[in-house]
Design a protein around this ligand. Structure first.
Ligand SMILES: [Zn+2]
Length: 249
């Protein structure tokens, strides 16, 4: 469903991207850096309320850039030759990075037909049943779509080996999490949660929900990246690092 709100945001994105291209042609200084594609750029294009959203070279969002910057800075590390379950694999730099590092890379989505890359597996997180298979689970902007997030977090926990990690990013506001009700209309969900297919809006207490599944949780933001680097990378959002204790079964 394309709503008027999303169509407006998308149109603004094209204008902003075109203006960046023009500035670049006119010789503006390339004083920004994209850790997703490694490019130096004149700035990032606007999307909705975010003025520094997309990389004009590769399209990476602030959260895609954040994950790359955290990996580059050594704040996060990929399991070497491990098994990685990558949900909603639309961030190309992470498809490349995860796929390159993993011994068993599984890009997956509830609807694989949405993706241009090959080999996307059908996985419904509500029914995920692959005990102790993965070393890393990654899902960015997925949890706000699942009907029962407590059940999904338990499934993710069970799918990880002891010591394994889940890296979760969700849209956040600064209030407590609000859950939708079953039967809520698409229009009502868009009004309350900002998008027709979001079934809740998370707040910082998302960390408590993750911990309730057994994880040790650390929220990580741009401030984990050295200040002189992060200023020019336009990083955004918070990555919740959830570790399954090594002593867990
Ligand atoms: Zn880029």
């Amino acid at each position: 469903m394309i709503t008027a709100q999303r169509a407006g945001k998308a149109a603004g994105k094209h204008v902003s991207r075109a203006l960046l291209g023009l500035r670049s042609l006119l010789g503006a200084r390339q004083d920004h850096h994209c850790p997703a594609c490694g490019g130096d750029v004149v700035g990032f294009f606007r999307y909705g309320d975010c003025a520094d959203w997309g990389c004009p070279a590769c399209g990476a969002s602030p959260r895609e850039r954040l994950v790359n910057a955290l990996l580059d800075a050594g704040v996060l590390a990929l399991p070497q030759s491990g098994a990685i379950l990558h949900m909603a694999p639309s961030e190309q730099s992470l498809v490349n990075r995860f796929g390159g590092a993993a011994g068993d890379y599984v890009p997956a989505d509830i609807d694989p037909s949405r993706y241009a890359i090959l080999g996307v597996q059908p996985v419904d997180l509500m029914a995920l049943d692959q005990p102790s298979r993965f070393d890393l689970f990654y899902a960015s902007h997925v949890m706000e779509h699942v009907p029962d997030d407590a059940a999904v977090l338990r499934n993710i926990y069970a799918s990880l080996r002891p010591g394994g990690e889940a890296w979760l990013i969700v849209p956040l506001w600064d209030k407590r999490t609000e859950d939708g009700q079953p039967g809520m209309s698409a229009a009502e969900r868009e009004r309350r949660f900002g998008q027709w297919d979001h079934v809740r809006q998370y707040g910082p207490d998302f960390a408590d929900r993750i911990a309730a599944a057994g994880f040790v949780v650390t929220p990580i933001g741009a401030d984990a990246v050295p200040q002189n680097e992060r200023a020019r990378m336009g990083l955004g959002e918070i990555l919740f690092r959830a570790v399954k204790p090594a002593a867990a079964r």
